[in-house]
Write a protein that binds this ligand. Sequence first.
Ligand SMILES: Cc1ncc(COP(=O)(O)O)c(C=O)c1O
Ligand SMILES: N[C@@H](CCSC[C@H](N)C(=O)O)C(=O)O
Length: 468
Amino acid sequence: MDGPAHTEGSERPAEGVLARAFRHTDLEGHDLPPSPTPSSPRNGRRYAMATELVYTEHGDQYHSSSVPIYQTATFKQTSSRPTDGAYDYTRSGNPTRSHLERHLSKITSSHRCLVVSSGMASMDVITRLLSPGDHVIAGDDLYGGSNRLLKYLSTHSGITVHHLDTTTPLTSFPPILTAHSQKVKLVLLESPTNPLIKICDIPLISTLVHTANPTSIVVVDNTMLSPYLCNPLLLGADIVYESATKYLSGHHDLMAGIIYTNSPPLASRLAFTINASGCALSPFDSFLLLRGIKTLSVRLDKQLLSSHAIAVFLEQTCGFRVRYPGLPSHPQHDLHSRLSPRGAGAVLSFETGDVSISEKIVENTRLWAISVSFGCVNSLISLPCAMSHASIDKKVREERGMPEDLIRLCVGIEDVNDLIDDLTTALVKAGAVKVTVDGICPLSKAEREKLQAEAEGKLSGPGNEQST
Ligand SMILES: Cc1ncc(COP(=O)(O)O)c(C=O)c1O
Ligand SMILES: N[C@@H](CCSC[C@H](N)C(=O)O)C(=O)O
């Protein structure tokens, strides 16, 4: 295996070797023009993203095709002198993890990518760049756990946190940037936001922030899209982190976080904190994550198509207000298409107008597991206010416009018709839609109220005749 260096390059075959070996010729041996190159930029990578996700080379002495798991805490040394570049202790470095980090730095076209024990560990490591007295600007629709960590820092560490609507940067950012320009150390964005699926204009915000204070660090949580759909480093961010528990691993069998940057000084400081605090990813989980990454493109390609079909079904057939940036009705549809042209992700949310109806929908699905998290091969359904975002005070949730009846769907790789059928059954059972000879259609408000009253025994209906 290669040593713990974190630069990319060594994995690539020598330029020209493959081109010579696989020259395309016609039947008479004349050279054919090269295959057309994809229109999407490769950002310095040699191959298209789907290939790079799969293609890795490592220096294992037995030429194993999968990367070995170096399940060891410590490494024997050849002398008593300080270690120079080799491994000494797995908290500080491990060959399986180093391979994963090199692979991810290639995929993210970054100077360096570090892997830690969870998405929250990534954020924790980044916030240790802060000192008492510093200010942080953060979105007002962050994942509940991110919100909790920021609240902890503002209560215990002398950090001031300003939560802003990051979808209106030209009005929301200037007052804070002007008032505290030299103190704003970190700007934390999540895009699309979880669970309201709002899109941040990362390039515009980065420009505003860096113009006000070139030393402010713009950090983006890219969990909802993964590097397959978006690379915020190319949009102006200084540091990107992701919960690799989600799309990158894809099977909900590990917790992991990744952090990537193009700034060598920031990378060194982050790496120092990871070693000092001991949150680096274990060798076994590094192996599992490497395995998951290989199928990211096939999983997401399918998830994108299914998500779009489900979003259209919920909006157009069922008449719900659906939040999905792939729909033209999404207020930032054009912005999202510009920043992430490959697709709109596989998380969407919708409102039913009634918490008890939303609860019934969630509880009447079979294929859609009631579960927090997303990015997995199987589909999940949840009520964010009661589940993933329950750690945010109800009052704060209300102030930030997070509806209690919001249902979040995380689309997996099952057959999309099965998913829509399962959802339809739950929607009908919950009284959210009705099935007529013309197909599925939304219930009117009066029809809903009648059903509700029947369910509560206030009106006689088919289910309560015996009690009257
Ligand atoms: C957007 C987002 N960021 C970060 C995290 C934290 O990741 P982890 O659960 O891997 O710590 C989550 C979910 O947990 C998330 O949804
Ligand atoms: N009990 C957990 C909730 C995790 S939510 C996981 C994921 N980010 C999601 O949005 O579903 C906690 O308190 O952190």
